[in-house]
Design a binder for this molecule. Structure first.
Ligand SMILES: Nc1nc2c(c(=O)[nH]1)N[C@H]1C(S)=C(S)[C@@H](COP(=O)(O)OP(=O)(O)OC[C@H]3O[C@@H](n4cnc5c(=O)[nH]c(N)nc54)[C@H](O)[C@@H]3O)O[C@H]1N2
Ligand SMILES: Nc1nc2c(c(=O)[nH]1)N[C@H]1C(S)=C(S)[C@@H](COP(=O)(O)OP(=O)(O)OC[C@H]3O[C@@H](n4cnc5c(=O)[nH]c(N)nc54)[C@H](O)[C@@H]3O)O[C@H]1N2
Ligand code: SF4
Ligand SMILES: [Mo]
Length: 620
């Protein structure tokens, strides 16, 4: 029976058995670890989605008045001509994690790198935390999935009950104590033993105050600190000013709660550091400080952020970066603002009009004819609705691929279990055809068979493609927690690695501005980012506000970037000064909510600080 892993951008990477029975295709979540026999509302709708009325089945060209179906030949020669006419630095490809397959997301990038077009910096989600943690550890991977069932768990900036349901289930089934740190009373906060409400953008103060407490309690691991770390004394002195009083004033965490959290850390918990932290004000600083708590505890596998870097997959090889690089890199948070700098934008595996800050400007530029927008997608979305050229892609159940997880250590060979509809063609096929039209097909990068590239890229995992294909699922080895590729070869409390790049060696705190509302984006259980509106409809154009901030049921949120009009509902789960919008969607007039989202890149990985979006609010 073939297996498939869900390829969506999700911690869980559920693994299914696929059966083609009388009632059609059936996906059954595997009973064993890590999928535990259950999945989410999206996983349950994947089969139904194959026949969605929103599927793109043939290439489309959008003219002045109408959209027409055309042949692949026509659509691709049109696109190739636009690319040829433009300076490569004015051709931008935007691709993200709509599907995490090695052949769907990574391999196609090599055509654009070969052409030396502009690229984004892939920063929208997790880059900030990766780079911040690496400043101290030289790597960003951490705890293996089993640890969540074995040890107490702290969910820090993560509504795991909604966005990481298997991690949440493991923590709950393990019956060990749980804690959470968040700015809202999320479901996760309501169902842990120790919920810690912090003010937005101030986690770094809490984490450094916690480190100070652990040192004061003499609860740190002297032997580990001595043997494996660098700069403890400078760190200890630096955090002296992060007193319980200061933590209470700045982060809003009462000293009793700080003490209880310090006691919780004495139980050696795993901290799950949500990607969300990197999308907040001072977020990179917070990721640095939180990860260092586990250096104090002598527990180098004690935090989990993302394990992408742990498996030894050579993504750079797949992307062709060893042979050719982009002429220019643009932070994802600034693509909308800088859209005038491009003539052609080619999108696959992402829906930037909706998901990027000021993504609405991409659609506007396309509507004006300032930029040619082309999209390769399985389903119509906001970006394809604005595009001049739309190309049909298979969904993940309709193509073979290799799928890894950023959480668990199971590599999966996805076998196609359904036929692609109509003219849908996979990403590797499209870039090959484009390469032919652009005279790039003879370059070794494009001549290499995509499967050979995958085989080579996964060599570091210790598994061959042949073996993976035969077995379907292979458990990968756990990483080494005791080697640190930093400047000193140690875990750097005081980061020489950062100093050598002109960055501050210690985590810094800058007080966020006062007097503005902070709009943030907790996860919506029905959608993965912008996906599944074809099944569950549009998310409601609603923000939740604290009853004391409520000014009426229709509000305008505005800032320098733009304005959106939304319904407002009162909720005691939202503290004063904070506004919560669940997921990614549009306002009452159909404008993407991200029209007001903050695009300013973070200092380490360039991730926009969209979860600390400053806005003003008025009644409609
Ligand atoms: N159901 C569902 N699951 C998903 C997704 C989805 O859209 N829906 N998206 C997937 C993707 S791409 C990702 S990146 C992950 C998202 O997962 P993460 O980004 O790791 O976190 P979320 O679970 O979205 O929750 C973010 C939490 O951060 C809180 N928060 C906001 N600002 C601050 C702050 O300053 N400090 C602290 N401590 N907390 C803050 C919010 O209140 C919210 O509860 O989930 C994945 N899984
Ligand atoms: N307001 C707000 N904005 C956010 C966030 C938020 O919480 N709030 N979260 C941010 C985060 S963490 C992330 S990761 C980004 C996500 O941003 P995106 O990666 O853009 O979002 P997704 O909705 O996951 O994926 C979008 C597209 O992938 C396409 N797709 C799916 N499968 C395939 C495939 O097999 N082939 C091809 N060619 N295309 C495919 C679908 O058509 C879909 O439209 O959004 C960010 N933006
Ligand atoms: S979206 Fe996440 S929880 Fe749902 S099926 Fe995919 S991996 Fe599993
Ligand atoms: Mo994400």
């Amino acid at each position: 029976m073939p297996v498939v892993a869900c390829t969506r951008d999700c911690y869980d990477t559920c693994i299914f058995k696929a059966e083609a029975g009388n009632g059609g295709l059936r996906l059954t979540p595997i009973g064993e670890f890590p999928t535990l026999g259950f999945t989410c509302a999206r996983g349950r709708a994947d089969v139904k989605r194959l026949a969605s009325p929103r599927r793109v089945k043939a290439p489309l060209l959008r003219g002045e008045r109408q959209v027409v179906e055309v042949s692949w030949g026509r659509a691709l020669s049109e696109l190739a001509e636009r690319i040829r006419e433009a300076d490569p630095s004015r051709v931008l490809h935007i691709d993200y994690d709509g599907n995490q397959g090695l052949l769907t997301w990574y391999y196609p990038q090599r055509l654009f790198n070969l052409l030396k077009t502009a690229s984004t910096d892939y920063s929208i989600c997790s880059a900030e935390g990766h780079e911040a943690i690496k400043l101290h550890w030289g790597r960003s991977y951490g705890a293996m999935p089993e640890e969540l069932g074995r040890r107490p768990v702290v969910f820090w900036a993560l509504d795991a009950a909604a966005s990481f349901i298997h991690g949440w289930a493991l923590a709950k089934r393990g019956r060990k104590p749980t804690a959470a740190v968040d700015v809202l009373w999320t479901n996760t906060m309501k169902h842990v033993d120790l919920p810690v409400l912090v003010r937005p953008g101030r986690d770094v103060v809490l984490a450094l105050g916690l480190a100070r407490e652990l040192i004061r309690l003499e609860a740190y691991d002297r032997e580990f600190v001595e043997r494996y770390t660098y700069g403890f004394e400078q760190f200890r002195q630096y955090i002296e000013s992060f007193t319980p009083k200061y933590v209470e004033e700045e982060a809003g965490v009462p000293r009793e709660v700080l003490h209880r959290l310090a006691e919780f850390y004495l139980k050696k918990p795993v901290t799950v550091i949500g990607f969300a932290i990197g999308r907040t004000e001072n977020g990179g600083e917070a990721a640095r400080a939180i990860s260092l708590l586990h250096a104090l505890l002598g527990d180098p596998g004690g935090f989990y952020y993302s394990n992408t870097g742990a498996w030894g997959i050579d993504f750079a090889y797949l992307r062709g970066l060893y042979a050719s690089k982009p002429s220019r890199t643009v932070p994802m948070g600034l693509v909308g603002t800088l859209i005038q700098q491009f003539d052609v934008v080619y999108v696959w595996n992402a829906n930037p009009v909706l998901t990027l800050p000021q993504g609405d400007r991409i659609a506007e530029a396309a509507a004006r004819g300032d930029v040619t927008l082309a999209v390769h997608t399985p389903l119509m979305d906001e970006t394809s609705e604005a595009a001049h050229i739309v190309l049909p892609a298979p969904l993940y159940l309709e193509k073979d691929d290799v799928v890894y997880s950023y959480w668990h250590n199971y590599l999966v060979y996805n076998s196609a279990v359904a036929d692609p509809p109509g003219e849908a063609r996979r990403e590797t096929w499209v870039v090959k055809k484009l390469a032919e039209l652009l005279g790039a097909a003879e370059h070794p990068l494009m001549k290499e068979d995509p499967w050979d590239a995958v085989d080579r890229a996964i060599k570091g995992t210790g598994v061959t493609l042949k073996e993976l294909k035969e077995r379907g699922v292979v458990k990968l080895r756990s990483p080494d927690y005791y080697s640190y590729p930093t400047a000193t070869g140690r875990v750097e409390f005081y980061s020489v690695t950062a100093a050598s790049r002109g960055l501050h060696p210690l985590p810094q705190y800058r007080r966020p501005p006062e007097g503005l509302y902070i709009l943030t984006f907790p996860p919506n259980p029905l959608y993965t980012n912008s996906q599944f509106r074809d099944v569950y409809g549009e998310p409601e154009p609603v923000i939740y506000v604290n009853p004391e901030d409520y000014v009426g049921d229709c509000v305008v949120l505005y800032n320098d970037a733009g304005e959106v009009v939304l319904r407002a509902r009162q909720s005691p789960d939202v503290p004063r000064g904070v506004l919560a919008y669940y997921g990614i969607g549009r306002d009452l007039k159909g404008k993407p909510i991200n029209a007001v989202a903050r695009g300013e890149p973070g200092p380490y990985g360039g991730t926009p600080k969209l979860y600390t979006t400053y806005v003003k609010m008025r009644r409609c």
